[in-house]
Write a protein that binds this ligand. Structure first.
Ligand SMILES: [Zn+2]
Length: 321
């Protein structure tokens, strides 16, 4: 990895780079109250004072983003964004710690915050698919749930000996438009009801739905333009253009990254990792995204998202990096 561009060299250049990304026409937005173009500069570089009577607070380009209140230099942030956006299988805190020469603890916070910036950075807000489009739906399981359930959400027991099957694993559902965007979810249970709800919310009904022979999909499949399946158990992986190889490909990269790079991941954080892989998939090279453009997209997604952890006493705690 080469970092010879100016924005990686100095904090000043990095600040100018991020300011140009966040405020492309030079009109600054107060990160405290959202007022647009009312501020004036202060004596400190990169610090502006909001001109709104009710606000009057100082802000920088980091205010109101996942980078807020961080002591890490902005050019180091930029390198971290770039590394995480361009590594196909992700980048662990250990790797960031070594590559960027920052403490492991700082690297860990950086990684989580960048993941947050990537998560939910959907390019489109409406449903995926549409007339003539194919949407693949598939499910996989990753890791064990931390508190194994003995009864299902509908009150029926899981299979008795529990050890087999997906009963105590964490389900992940992927909805992928062929040649387009994916929406991927860590759900509490992969049930017909959950799958139906996700498909209703995120996929245009005029799409052709492609799945394997899982019994999760036939009922909801009826409401789509077509529901076509491949029979994996019978050794069939594609029939004409009917397959769910795109969704399986996504899960393949996800699992390789999770087992090779991240290894352990608490269940409460799983959705963030899912979001990270979804982000890279939705900004993939095949759709015309370069490493630089992908990192920039994550940086723009850093806006309006501060990672907070709830303390056990219920108060919110901002985590300092
Ligand atoms: Zn303000």
């Amino acid at each position: 990895m080469k970092f010879d561009a100016p924005q990686f060299q100095t904090e000043e250049a990095a600040r100018a780079y991020i300011e140009a990304l966040r405020w492309p026409n030079g009109v600054r937005v107060c990160g405290k109250c959202g007022a647009i173009g009312t501020d004036y500069p202060t004596k400190r570089t990169g610090r502006y004072r909001c001109g709104q009577k009710e606000c009057r607070k100082d802000f920088t380009v980091m205010t109101g983003t996942v980078m807020e209140a961080s002591h890490i230099k902005l050019n180091v942030w930029l390198m971290a964004f770039y590394l995480m956006a361009s590594s196909k299988k992700g980048m662990s805190a250990h790797q960031l710690h070594r590559s960027l020469d920052i403490t492991y603890k700082s690297a860990w916070f950086l990684a989580h915050r960048i993941r947050l910036a990537m998560a939910n950075g959907d390019l489109m807000s409406g449903p995926i698919g549409g007339p003539g489009q194919i949407v693949e739906a598939d499910e996989t399981y990753w890791g064990k749930v931390e508190a194994p359930r003995s009864v299902r959400f509908d009150g029926r027991p899981y299979h008795k000996s529990g050890a087999r099957g997906p009963a105590n694993k964490r389900p992940i559902i992927a909805l992928v438009e062929r040649g387009g965007q994916a929406r991927v979810f860590h759900v509490a249970e992969a049930s017909k009801k959950t799958v139906a709800k996700l498909l209703e919310e995120h996929v245009d009904r005029r799409s052709r739905l492609h799945t394997d022979e899982s019994n999760l999909y036939p009922a909801v499949g009826k409401s789509f333009a077509a529901h076509e399946t491949v029979k994996h158990k019978a050794g069939e992986y594609a029939r004409g253009d009917v397959h769910n190889n795109t969704a399986e490909g996504f899960f393949g990269v996800f699992k390789k990254g999770m087992s090779g790079v991240y290894q352990h991941c608490a269940e409460k954080h799983l959705h963030r990792y899912v979001g990270e892989f979804e982000f890279r998939f939705n900004h993939r090279v095949k759709l015309g995204w370069s490493d630089k453009a992908r990192a920039d997209a994550a940086l723009v997604g850093a806006e309006g998202k501060r990672l907070t952890y709830r303390r056990t006493d219920g108060a919110e705690q901002h985590v300092q990096a």
